[in-house]
Design a protein around this ligand. Structure first.
Ligand code: ACO
Length: 327
């Protein structure tokens, strides 16, 4: 018989951070680059502007900035966390992985370093992995980061995709919850839709550029998302009425708004950061929530429904509580 590590009750979120590059790209500017218009982009996607990284700014640089902010927000030094999980689908340098680059940049001693690529649902997969490691008693604290430089994998001559994509990063710090009453991360409902595995593509045949079947994804979201998110709420032992904040993947306002309507969440706080940040894939959920939290738009200890979906075709959803303090 082997000895197992001592398990703890669960985990909770104690810090949120984010980073966006300085450069803002407006719809008007895009209309000078491809055959599009501010009106088309706003009505089809809700996006007004987005942030684009400098040429020399990497996925790891943005991940490090978001992690640094989240760790400081939690009142910790970098060595206060023992696990780094990074979700990204726009990494072109594979080793050291992004988590390893973050560990080096933050001058940490010996953290566990894990990268995850499940595209737009990568961050929620990261929360599941970090929560499991904490619950198993392997680490006391973890930082989960979503970071993307989609501008580097965007075909800037393709109007069907270049109006959507953007860059940025967001991060949460998770800590062990000693008692059941302190648990702030619910079970993850996660999986994939293998028949749609090619709905989102970034590969050599397309010159490593992002392409997607937007219509197919819209249809999937409208028919499948409500069931997955309802399961996540039920798994957390809550009812939809208990949810105070809804943060779906920030892909398109035309998915976010009808989904909130399907779930009866239109009178709650629905994060719509996509309007000023565009689609930042794995970064979109932590970036949007962290921004709104630090702007004072999100209550503390609030049941918050996260739902990521996209490339793979993968999805993941869980309910988390925002930190039990003022931002
Ligand atoms: N400007 C002007 N016209 C355009 C543009 C543009 N930027 N892009 C496309 N068009 C045209 C098309 O050529 C087409 O013209 P046609 O009718 O003459 O052929 C017309 O507009 C309609 O194009 P559609 O692609 O059918 O537009 P749709 O209404 O489906 O909107 C969109 C496209 C915004 C991509 C939408 O399908 C969508 O958001 N889908 C969901 C995507 C998603 O959620 N992905 C998430 C996972 S992947 C990830 O996040 C990385």
């Amino acid at each position: 018989m082997l000895k197992a590590q001592r398990a703890v009750a669960g985990s909770r979120i104690i810090g949120l951070g984010h980073y966006q590059p300085e450069r803002v790209l407006t719809n008007a500017e895009l209309a000078t680059m491809v055959d599009t218009s501010d009106e088309w982009i706003r009505t089809r996607t809700g996006i007004v502007e987005r942030h684009i990284a400098r040429d020399d700014e990497t996925v790891a640089d943005m991940a490090t900035a978001a992690a640094r902010a989240a760790i400081a927000d939690a009142g910790l030094e970098p060595d206060g966390v023992q696990l780094i999980v990074v979700a990204s689908t726009s990494v072109m340098d594979h080793s050291p992985n992004v988590a390893g680059r973050v560990a080096a940049a933050l001058e940490m001693t010996s953290p566990i370093i894990i990268d995850i690529n499940t595209a737009c649902s990568g961050f929620e997969h990261g929360i599941a992995v970090a929560d499991a490691a904490i619950r198993a008693g392997q680490v006391e604290r973890a930082v989960v980061i979503g970071s993307e430089k989609l501008s580097a994998i965007t075909d800037w001559t393709d109007r069907t995709t270049c109006v959507l994509t953007a860059d940025g990063a967001g991060a949460f710090v998770l800590e062990a919850a000693a008692t059941e009453g302190e648990i702030g991360v619910g079970p993850t409902v996660w999986g994939s839709e293998p028949t749609m595995s090619r709905a989102v593509i970034v590969e050599d045949e397309t010159g490593n550029k992002f392409t997607q079947d937007g219509r197919m994804i819209l249809r999937w979201a409208m028919s499948k998302a409500s069931g997955i998110t309802r399961d996540a709420v039920e798994a957390a032992g809550l009812a939809m009425d208990d949810i105070q904040v809804f943060v779906p993947h920030q892909a398109n306002l035309r998915i976010i708004e009808p989904l909130a309507e399907q779930l009866g969440l239109t009178d709650r706080i629905v994060v719509t950061d996509v309007q000023v940040s565009g689609n930042t894939s794995a970064a979109s959920i932590p970036l949007g929530l962290s921004k709104w939290w630090h702007e004072g738009r999100i209550p503390s200890n609030a049941p918050t429904l996260l739902f990521g979906f996209g490339g793979g075709f993968a999805y993941a959803s869980q309910v988390v509580l925002t930190p039990n303090r003022e931002p």
